[in-house]
Design a protein around this ligand. Structure first.
Ligand code: NAD
Length: 360
């Protein structure tokens, strides 16, 4: 990476502005130490955009994001907008951005820091082995976007259907994303499908096998989704990179994140072809703690590490951020969501400052 990087910054609602403020500080420190210049353009989306512009995703925000090298988002939504109809709600901004930016690959790491083992709901001997999984979920196809409808049945009742359909090109690009990511990790991919029952899964698996031929250095295995959901809690060490469909990924990535303990620790990235990626914590706007300096900024900060790795291919800088987070946890600093007796309690700003100080 060289030169100036333009970053579209969407703080959003609730704790979004608090955690993105710390993320900006962290990136400024990375820029200073590693010689990068980041130019942030703050943009409205979500509830705050509804209040100011009458819509959750103004066209000007979309246009500006498209001109950027990456997009960082805090979170959108909150009680204030809960009674609006579905297509007017703040969360529409997320779907709109994914569609407008062509983000078809959703990357959700589930990493259990050894300092937070007590927060893992799995048996101690399983947690002891560590959890470090990357779920690569297809984001723009499958049942969530397929043909759907309702009809009357012969006996006058109601029926409804949703269609799961994947083209070879859709599977090919998500499989390539997964194999490329595996090359930056332990070179293992588990393909999760339901090929024993679904025709769409059989084509999915055939295509993954074809793509695998171009990645002979990456080990591939296959698992049916029902078994994968069991193995995630029985033997999470089995997994390195999981590649799967939109719907299976939706379910498995939530399961994987829950076994690591806190929602305040987990980042995500959504990537497309060539255009800017979107980097955001997996948590929502947490209106119950907003504006109180209680939010854990680590998920947002680790999203910036993902941006450095996957958008800008700056592995050293990504690792510098991740190592800084680990050192601060080793020093026993904790925000409320990950606090336990004997730890040192800090707020959002102090957590951000401590992490920035540890970047080297
Ligand atoms: P949430 O993730 O906002 O909060 C769930 C619980 O986790 C709350 O108790 C909250 O205080 C806590 N929490 C979340 N993030 C935290 C952090 N960084 N540090 C400490 N504690 C944290 O989920 P929710 O309550 O279901 O949703 C609240 C709003 O956020 C809703 O409007 C929802 O639609 C929206 N939402 C937005 C996104 C997004 O922007 N990507 C994702 C999920 C939910």
């Amino acid at each position: 990476m060289s030169g100036v990087q333009k970053i579209a910054l969407i703080p959003g609602d609730g704790i979004g502005p608090e955690v993105t403020a710390e993320t900006v500080n962290i990136l400024s420190k990375v820029g200073e130490l590693y010689g990068h210049q980041f130019i942030f353009t703050e943009l409205p989306a979500g509830g705050c955009a509804i209040d100011s512009f009458g819509e959750p995703l103004p066209q000007s925000t979309i246009d500006e994001c498209k001109k950027s090298d990456a997009v960082i988002l805090g979170a959108v939504g909150g009680w204030k907008w809960d009674n609006l109809p579905g297509d007017k709600r703040p969360e529409r901004a997320l779907l709109g951005l994914r569609g407008e930016l062509g983000l078809y690959a959703n990357l959700r790491p589930a990493l259990l820091h050894k300092e937070l083992k007590h927060a893992c709901p799995l048996r101690a001997d399983i947690a002891e082995g560590g959890i470090d999984i990357m779920v690569v979920r297809e984001l723009t196809g499958g049942m969530y976007f397929g043909d759907r409808g309702r009809k009357e049945t012969a006996n006058g009742g109601q029926a409804a259907w949703d269609t799961e359909m994947y083209s070879v090109s859709e599977v090919r690009r998500i499989a390539e994303t997964a194999f490329n990511i595996a090359r930056k990790r332990s070179r293992r991919v588990t393909n999760v499908d339901k090929a024993n029952v679904l025709e769409s899964s059989r084509l999915w698996r055939e295509t993954v096998l074809e793509v695998a031929k171009n990645f002979p250095d990456v080990a591939l295995d296959h698992m049916y989704v029902d078994n994968a959901s069991m193995q995630l809690i029985r033997d999470p060490r089995h997994f390195d990179v999981i590649v799967t469909t939109n719907m299976f990924g939706d379910i498995l990535s939530d399961e994987a994140s829950q076994i690591t303990g806190s929602i305040g620790m987990l980042p995500s990235a959504s990537l497309g072809d060539g255009g800017p990626g979107l980097f955001e914590p997996i948590h929502g706007s947490a209106p119950d703690i907003a504006g109180k300096d209680l939010a854990n900024p680590v998920a947002a900060i680790l999203s910036a590490a993902m941006m450095m790795r996957y958008a800008f291919h700056c592995e050293r800088e990504a690792a510098a951020i991740e190592n800084a987070v680990t050192r601060v946890l080793e020093q026993r600093y904790r925000t409320g969501d990950i606090f336990s007796p004997g730890m040192r309690s800090v707020g959002t700003k102090e957590m951000g400052r401590l992490i920035a100080n540890e970047i080297n």
